[in-house]
Every structure is written in structure tokens, then in C-alpha cells.
Write a protein that binds this ligand. Structure first.
Ligand SMILES: *Cc1c(COP(=O)(O)O)cnc(C)c1O
Length: 388
């Protein structure tokens, strides 16, 4: 278990830090890989590895043995290629106007979701006299991206549309796999089986983090976890074999005492009901704390306190309690407060913030803004360096 950074581990001059444990990330990938073996395990690293920093996470995952990465955009694919020269890179948003040459140049595999994309890709293949690897995304019920059943039937009747392409993967995505008993899971499995049987034989992929927990029938040849790699629990009831990777810290900017009736923050939505000691924390909605999450927990010196009043752009205020309660010995200017961490010690978690904000834990992690520096711990090489 990794210790949280010491106070002095907050980089000098920063107001907060996102600490990312790269050993844990690697261990999570290995655990998920074991869970789905003999199927392969990819890593979904879109959105800058869920905001944790693709430039550090991708090399750590590659060192752990990961050979396949999924990104959303062409720009992300280019970064992934630079960081993992030998890996398979799948681009979930597929082909966009003008992106085919860029993807071909780096050998990234577009995930094609429509007949239009297939046509554009085949045309590009013809003009470049290449047979590019592609993945086909079929829609099994999510109705977000993917070839419809009708599209797949068209392809099965006119397979020459795919003749210039090397279909290396057929995939789909589950809608409700976070709920084990949801009948949608089995229905999508069945739909995927049928659609796949109409397409050229290729490796298959269905499960993201939550789907991996549904058992071997969902694993196929390649699993695609994202959130669970970063330590999140994707299922409402089943425990994924992963440990938290991310902790978020922010400094205390000020501690003040206010009398009964004093209002705190914009619009005065909170008033002290007793003489109160409050602390202003250097994190706000521009750092990714949802403005709506008043009440969310912040840990100072081993105790969780609620955010009171409106969360502002750069700051929020916590109520440390009545004046006769000690705020703890270390609660001084610049001391660290924990927004969320692994929860081992009873500290706040991303799930707690999700509850306060009426959202899910994915959004809490993914929205931590680039303003908060990332700090990497337990990184093999180079060690203990900070960015930006
Ligand atoms: C984002 C995404 C994933 C990863 O999902 P997690 O729930 O984070 O594991 C897998 N597949 C597709 C198509 C995605 O868009």
C-alpha cells in the first residue's frame, strides 16, 4: 500500500495535486488480465488516460505487458503511438474526414461504426493500394455507435464491401453491465453473437470494465477495461480485483472563525448555526470539483468535514465544527486536505463525491482539470518526477 504524499510532497507553489500510483495501475492491469485469461486484456486510455496522464500511464501499462490500447481520437492515437511504438492502437471514434492518412501513417486501427466509414476506408485503401487493419463496431443495443443489424445484413449480402480491408476485430459495447442481473446483458450477448456470425471471422471484444465482471461468456478474445484499471469499481455489486490508483489533494488556504449567523460563500446558501471554525480549500469547479457538490467530504488530519456554501471557481469552504473542536495540530496555511483517495482509512472516495454531485464516480475522476498537477508515485522510470 502506498502512503499518501507528505505535506512537502505537494509540489512547491502548487495549490493541489493528483497523485497517481503507477505500480498500482500496472498491478490492476495484471489482475484484470488474469481475470479474463486466456482472453487478452487491452487498456482504454482515452481522454488522457481518464485524466491521469497518458504520457505516464501508457508506458507503465506497456511495461506491465499490455499490447493493445483503445483511444477515442486521432490526436490521442498519435500520442499513444509515440508512447507505445509496438502496440495495437484502436481509435473508438473511427474515421473522421481527413483522418485516414494520419491513422494509416501510424498504423492505428480505426473502429468503424457505419457503412459510410467502411466505404471511406475502402476508398482510402484503394487509392493507397493498402489493406489497412480495421475494427468493426456493431451495435448490440447501446444505440450510441456501431453498425445496426440492418447494416450488418447489408455487409453479409455484399461482403465485397470489406474485401479491401483487414477486419482484425469485431466489437460491441454493453449498456448496463454495471448491473449484473440486468436482462440487457444477456440480450446484448445474444445480439453480438448473431451479428458477429454474419461478418468475416475476426477476434471479438465485448466487455469494458463492468462487462468483465459478468463472467467468461463476456470475455471473448479481448477485454477493454478503462475505469477499473484506474482503480474504480465498475459494478454496483461485484468487486473488481483492483486497488485505487488516484488520490487528490488540495491545500488549505485559510482557517477562520465565524460567529453564529455568518454566511459563507456566494449567495449565502449556508449560515453558521453556531460559532464555527471553517477552512478554505484551494480547489473549485475550475479544478473539476462539481459546483453542485456542496456537502462533499474533505479530509483534514484524519477527519472528514463537509463542504459548506457554494463551491467557487478556485476555492471551497469546509466546516471544521464548533470552535471548541480542535482542527488538528497540522491545519496550518498550506497544509494538505484530501479530496479523495483510496478510502482505506475512512477517507473520502470518488464515490462519496459522486453521491454529493448526483453523478457517477467516472465523471468525478475524468473531470479533474489539467490545472491540477499530476504527481506520479512508484514509477519505475524516471522516479518520483512531477509534471506538468
Ligand atoms: C470508454 C470505453 C471503454 C472503457 O470503459 P470502462 O467502463 O471505463 O472500462 C470500453 N469500450 C468502449 C467502446 C468505450 O467507449
Amino acid at each position: 500500500m502506498s502512503a499518501p504524499p507528505e505535506d512537502n510532497a505537494l509540489p512547491p507553489g502548487t495549490t493541489g495535486v493528483v497523485a497517481v500510483d503507477l505500480d498500482r495501475l500496472a498491478a490492476n492491469w495484471r489482475a484484470l488480465s488474469n481475470l479474463v485469461g486466456p482472453a487478452d486484456c487491452a487498456a482504454v486510455v482515452k481522454a488522457d488516460a481518464y485524466g491521469l496522464g497518458a504520457d505516464r500511464c501508457i508506458p507503465a501499462l506497456a511495461r506491465a505487458g499490455c499490447r493493445s490500447f483503445f483511444v477515442a481520437t486521432t490526436a490521442e492515437a498519435m500520442e499513444a503511438r509515440r508512447l507505445a511504438p509496438d502496440a495495437a492502437i484502436y481509435v473508438l471514434d473511427g474515421l473522421l474526414p481527413g483522418s485516414a492518412p494520419a491513422l494509416a501513417a501510424i498504423g492505428a486501427v480505426p473502429v468503424l461504426s457505419s457503412l459510410l466509414e467502411i466505404r471511406a476506408c475502402a476508398e482510402f485503401a484503394r487509392t493507397t493500394k493498402a489493406k489497412p487493419a480495421v475494427a468493426l463496431h456493431v451495435c448490440s443495443g447501446l444505440n450510441r455507435l456501431g453498425l445496426s443489424a440492418g447494416d450488418v445484413e447489408v455487409l453479409s449480402l455484399a461482403p465485397e464491401q470489406l474485401s479491401g480491408l483487414d477486419v482484425s476485430l469485431v466489437m460491441s459495447h454493453l449498456a448496463s453491465a454495471d448491473a449484473v442481473d440486468d436482462p440487457m446483458n444477456a440480450a446484448q450477448l445474444k445480439a453480438f453473437e448473431r451479428l458477429r456470425s454474419l461478418l468475416p471471422a475476426a477476434r471479438a471484444s465485448l466487455a469494458a470494465s463492468d462487462g468483465m465482471m459478468l463472467g467468461p461468456a463476456y470475455h471473448y478474445d479481448l477485454a477493454r477495461p478503462g475505469y477499473a484499471l484506474y482503480g474504480g469499481q465498475p459494478s454496483r455489486t461485484l468487486r473488481a480485483p483492483v486497488e485505487p490508483v488516484v488520490s487528490v489533494y488540495a491545500r488549505i488556504l485559510q482557517i477562520r472563525d465565524v460567529p453564529t449567523g455568518a454566511s459563507v460563500g456566494y449567495s449565502g446558501i449556508w449560515r453558521a448555526e453556531r460559532p464555527s471554525r471553517i477552512a478554505t480549500i484551494a480547489a473549485g469547479y475550475a479544478d473539476g470539483v462539481p459546483r453542485i457538490a456542496t456537502g462533499g467530504p474533505v479530509r483534514v488530519d484524519g477527519v472528514n468535514y463537509p463542504v459548506v456554501g457554494r463551491i467557487a471557481m478556485d476555492q471551497m469552504v469546509i466546516d471544521l465544527g464548533p470552535l471548541n473542536v480542535s482542527a488538528g495540530g497540522r491545519s496550518v496555511l498550506g497544509a494538505e486536505a484530501v479530496l479523495f483517495g483510496n478510502g482505506d482509512d475512512g477517507g473520502p472516495t470518488a464515490e462519496d463525491w459522486a453521491r454529493a454531485a448526483g453523478t457517477n464516480n467516472y465523471e468525478i475522476v475524468a473531470r479533474i482539470s489539467p490545472r491540477v498537477p499530476r504527481r506520479y508515485i512508484n514509477e519505475e522510470l524516471p522516479r518520483d518526477e512531477s509534471r506538468p
